[in-house]
Design a protein. Structure first.
Length: 263
């Protein structure tokens, strides 16, 4: 079976017209027609996209095999547009996720200011905590289903774009690592006085008036660290995908999905 015959078969089995497939591949109907008629092959990028669309391997598309292979070890092709869309989505979700943790941390401040009067601190505590939980919940709106596959399969990129990603990742890692250290430092500085007093290293009540300031430092530290780390992890997922796919967690989830699919 030739490549054209396989493409025609896959397109029909999936109920796609030539126009619909051409739209998915960012090409013309005439180009799809020529491929199906054996008048040429698509370039490598579109071959990878065809494999993703129909869930078949490159070996099946290019070799004279009659049946598609279920082996997807070659990876999932990610276009530049998809990768940039994913990074933009992560930036948005990271912002709201970090803000959610920030407000939840701030919700402890009213207690230390008005702890002698529960009726006074209860309302602002609930308001701040509700805002925080709402922001955390809103992050799910930015986690689009089309990006989930990026965390489930080894990824393939255009070589030139992958080099660009690596350069951006290295640059951001240097800058963001410094900012993350600052965030972690603020967290430690804020938590240390509370911890020392709780462990009786300092006289009880000596630092209590400064607890609200400590909590603000903790909240700011959490916001900075989580915001930067989430964005950096997204870049690492793309630019250092071979490291990500070798993690125990990734391999374990992949085995579980495979057993579930077989079942």
């Amino acid at each position: 079976m030739t490549f054209g015959e396989k493409l025609f078969k896959l397109r029909k089995e999936n109920g796609l017209s030539q126009e619909a497939l051409a739209e998915k591949l960012n090409t013309t109907r005439q180009a799809v027609s020529k491929w199906e008629n054996g008048q040429g092959y698509p370039e490598t990028e579109r071959l990878l996209m065809i494999g993703n669309i129909f869930g078949v391997s490159m070996d099946y598309l290019l070799k004279d095999s009659a049946e598609p292979s279920n082996d997807k070890e070659s990876g999932y092709y990610v276009s530049k547009e998809m990768a940039e869309g994913f990074l933009l989505s992560v930036r948005k979700s990271a912002k709201y996720f970090s803000m959610g943790l920030f407000f939840i941390a701030l919700s402890f401040i009213p207690y230390f200011i008005f702890k002698q009067d529960p009726s006074t601190y209860l309302v602002p505590t609930i308001i701040l905590a509700t805002i925080g939980i709402g922001l955390l919940a809103s992050t799910s709106f930015f986690e689009e289903d089309k990006y989930k596959v990026l965390k489930q399969e080894p990824l393939l990129f255009d070589e030139k774009y992958l080099q660009e990603l690596n350069i951006r990742y290295k640059s951001m890692k240097r800058k963001y690592s410094i900012i993350m250290i600052v965030g972690f430092g603020l967290f430690v500085v804020g938590f240390l006085p509370i911890g020392l007093e709780r462990k009786k290293f300092i006289s009880a009540g000596f630092l209590t008036p400064y607890y609200p300031i400590c909590i603000v430092l903790i909240a700011v530290g959490i916001y900075i660290y989580t915001h930067m780390s989430n964005i950096l992890d997204a870049y690492k997922l793309l630019a250092r995908n071979e490291v990500y796919t070798n993690r125990f967690g990734f391999m374990f989830r992949k085995k579980v999905r495979k057993k579930f699919d077989n079942f």
